[in-house]
Design a protein around this ligand. Sequence first.
Ligand code: UDX
Length: 462
Amino acid sequence: MMLNMETLGSVSTLQSRRIILFPLPFQGHINPMLQLANILHTRGFKITIIHAEYNSPNPSNYPHLTFKPIKDHLSKVAHEYPTNRDGTYFVRYLNKSCVDTFTDCLAGLLAEPGEERVACVITDACFYVTQAVADDMKLPRIVLRTSSLGCNLAYEALPFYSKTGSFYLTKQDRFEESVPEYPLLKFKDIAKITINPQGMGDLATNMLNQMKASSGIIWNTFKELEESDLETLSRDIPVPSFTLGPFHKYFPASSSSLIEQDRTILSWLDKQPPKSVVYASFGSVAQINESEFQEVAHGLANIGLPFLWVVRPGMVVGSEWLESLPENFLERMGDRGRIVKWSPQQEVLAHPATGCFWTHNGWNSTLESICEGVPMICSPCLADQPINARYVSDVWKIGVLLEDGFERVGIKMAIKRVMMDKEGEEMRERVSSLKEKVNLSLAEGGSSCRSLNNLVDYISSF
Ligand code: UDX
């Protein structure tokens, strides 16, 4: 179901206010921010997007939006990107390197004569320095949080800062134990979330404090999926919360894709039996090493099912693309397996041939899978992904987590559990029921639809 103008609101609700948006320049953050831009534009707001030069969106895909690039000084550290495994480093760097250029750009926009009055700024939660900038300019700041509610609760609870945080990373003999501060997670999950607890503590604390200081939070989730976490968070962060997701059901992510999507695979999918294909993709930032890559290849080969595998250039440490595939892999797989650099993921997940999604559990991918009723095999790599994966496997029970990482025997068993066993059928039923709940929440009178209306009213009241 893709929503239309009618569902989004009638033209009579058109506003003549401007909203300024500022996304974090990474694929998993750009997609939801540009989807939100489109949603709010459809509700009559004028939209200006301030954006870093790094991973700049393509303005020609959005003639109805205004784009203002700012200097991000990221080129000074960009060479570290492929090797720096500390996911928090670039986010913390960007907060420092963009604050002046963002401030100047925002001040310039506010001073522009003849333009519609600016109602508020909406900035990614990871751009925590923008709260002080907005406060100085007496402009309300609304936060877009691109991860789940559960991820935020875990970030609040985990002791990244204290000695315990670092301790968790070193205690390999206790990796299977639950973390006392957030028992859904195991010690080994913490080791995946970050290799730098101090940096993660800085990022999480700053982000959460500035969310509390904001005028409201927009979540890319829907109430029925995370109802109890929403109640807890509303107590912890008592600012207005708007759960109007999943955004991609209003507008697809294809126009904000930074890599060209290979659409040739759709005709290959058309030829595969219903629910037969294993779709494997590990998102836009996760990296794996050569031996893990080979285990994935063997795992896909050994199960004997058709597969579509996204290998992003640079995903395998030390390789440009497919150099480290097992010998003659592609020839041996023939038409049974397809490897592409980047796929039209939402269309792949919605395709009747897709049977399961082997994912890194980025939040967008997780939501996209739920929306299409596709059960998951979870291989989280970093940041919020291990948390999302635990929710998928242990709370919603719509997927299997590869507890021992990338290892061919475990991979084969996990694919079998999801694709062939009764257990997998039950997962498919549960995720299909969530799919129905998503559609209800987005329909007229549903929770996401109402939340969007509340957000529009709220912004209009500034
Ligand atoms: C990371 C985090 O893990 C995520 O949870 C956080 O909220 C944002 O940053 P990322 O690795 O980019 O995310 O994954 P994900 O959040 O799943 O976003 C990837 C996006 O790229 C999705 O919208 C997906 O549809 C799209 N995609 C992915 C493609 O269009 N083609 C592909 O081949 C793979």
